[in-house]
Write a protein that binds this ligand. Sequence first.
Ligand code: ADP
Ligand code: MG
Length: 674
Amino acid sequence: MNDYDSVDILKGVGAKSKALFLKCNVNNIKDLGDYYPRTYESFLEPTTFSKMKLGERCAVSVKVHSRMVVRPARRLKLCLIDMVDSEGTINEICWFNMPFLANVFNINQQYVIVGEVTKRGTKLTINHPKYYTLEEYESLKGSFQPVYPLTEGLSNNLVVKSIKQLEGYFKAKKEYLDDDFLKSNDMMRLSDAYINMHFPGSLDTLILARNRIVFHEFFKFLMSLNRLKESNLKTPNNFNIKEDARVHKFITNLPYDLTRAQKETYEDILSDITGKYTMNRLVQGDVGSGKTVVALLALLTVILSGYQGAMMAPTEVLARQHYKKLKDILKPYGINVSLLTGSVKGAERKEVLNSIATHDTDLIIGTHALIQESVKYNNLALVVTDEQHRFGVKQRERFINKGNSPHVLIMSATPIPRTLAMMLFGDMDISVMDEKPANRLPIKNCVVGVGYRKASYKFMHDEINKGHQCYVICPMVCESDNSDAEDVISYSETLKDEIPNANIAYLHGKMKEEDKNSVLSSFAKGEVDILVSTTVVEVGIDVPNATFIMIENAERFGLAQLHQLRGRVGRGDSQSYAVFMYGKEDEHIKERLNVLADSNDGFYIAKKDLELRGPGDFFGIRQSGIMNFKVGDIYQDGKLLSLADKKLKDMIAEGVDLSKYKELDIPKDIELAI
Ligand code: ADP
Ligand code: MG
């Protein structure tokens, strides 16, 4: 069996399953081997109702005590059955929309039910548990069963059966680490790690397997970075860019003074682009530190020297925001700005493409559309990417090929500690903007339960009366059967009754681009008072008049994400407020959210988040999704990253020929994103 064999060579995988695997980005045997479980189901010793703890997963051994009662609620059918445990405690267990279970559960039959413990009124219960007969459960006890990410039609069972057939393939993986290293670092062999990652014998072997797979991911990433560095680092500067007095005039004319950090960063950039080699620089600055204007100064300098510049944003909404702002600012300099996104179509697109090719356009702002085949630049000298965490090695190469190796500037609000950043961005120079504009008052935060909602509305109302605007963030788009989390559509309806004279609009990712754009532009113009939104506003949206943000079901988000969301306010000189509202009463949740109340500093929050997550948490909320490692988390696994970095350097210094290990091959089309 080989890496690039199709998955349909496996028993039980036909054309239909192959198509389903393809949907999950599994194209071949290699991808399937790297298709790791999302989590593992463990089969705990059954306990009793009285010993259950809120929020924990629990197994209870029960006997069926009553017949099912079906009760409609909202759009659900609640299917209720009384179950009695070995201590004689009766608890009403609820399944949603599963009336057929009435025929499964006969009085006095014994089952083990498993699920997360939740609160109903004052009592603890398990809603919608999984259920097993005693024999079934006994045979599974103590084991860890993989639970794979799935798509409709693809069953966990099929994935398990398919990956079980890869054992020989896994065993054939060649080891590139020496025995001494493996031993002294308590590291599993690669082949064993693959097998145990999918089918761990115990929690201990799972942890060892995961460590090795994470090491492997990091090692491969660092290797590709190393290759890029060798080929790219000393590319000569192909452009004749000069410092321009008009840029300094522009700075003097800004309505504010640049911060020290902004000035220093611009100096760094200037010395790069006027220097001997091509710039490859990462600017790290917390939300609201004013990265856009620094990018603008860089672009202005390049364009005034007669070249083209491009700025790429992760979403259409953000690209449009930049376009609107920059177009007007740059007009007095005779600079033409064009927008190129997925929704620029037909004749308009043709015209834009043409103006780029003829250099009628000096600055092109857009989304991923900027690196498409059809875009032909004319003397492109600088590419800026904003909040573009998925701008990886591959994209950088595309830009290099599109122009004459343009300078690259990457703006990121992700707080990555310096030691990690030095490894992850090994081929780049880094500027840190560690300062916020002086006019800023620190955001005032509070972490509260839903009981505070009314008070919060009153507060919001007061802010609106002062002429300010507000955000409310909900996790869901619309009402959902299996979730009691707030959703933007019903929420904005309710809010209209609560604050009748406010102008309320909603926004979510499933809306059409043009609708999104029009809602955001009315919000930016101040026509909308309250924007009820999903996390689509998380990245980069800049409406300085917004002073209040309330995040519903805050427990559902990671701290880094909440920090980004909060960064939508506190962008002007008025006092701003952030309310983190939790929908679930739980000490651990409160402790976690309180980190946000303690500090407005992204680096501090990332560090605390890490401390609060115990080692058992490693399949929990992924920190950020910024690096697309499948398993590794740069924060949590920082030590493994350092170890991989050191080992790679040692091996290179010793002259080890790494090219002979196909395990270390990185297909050209893989996106190693930052
Ligand atoms: P981010 O770093 O999050 O991308 P932006 O560049 O969007 O931040 O800037 C946030 C807001 O701060 C913008 O409205 C911008 O005009 C303003 N701003 C930028 N620099 C300064 C400064 N030195 N003083 C005051 N306001 C500034
Ligand atoms: Mg920004």
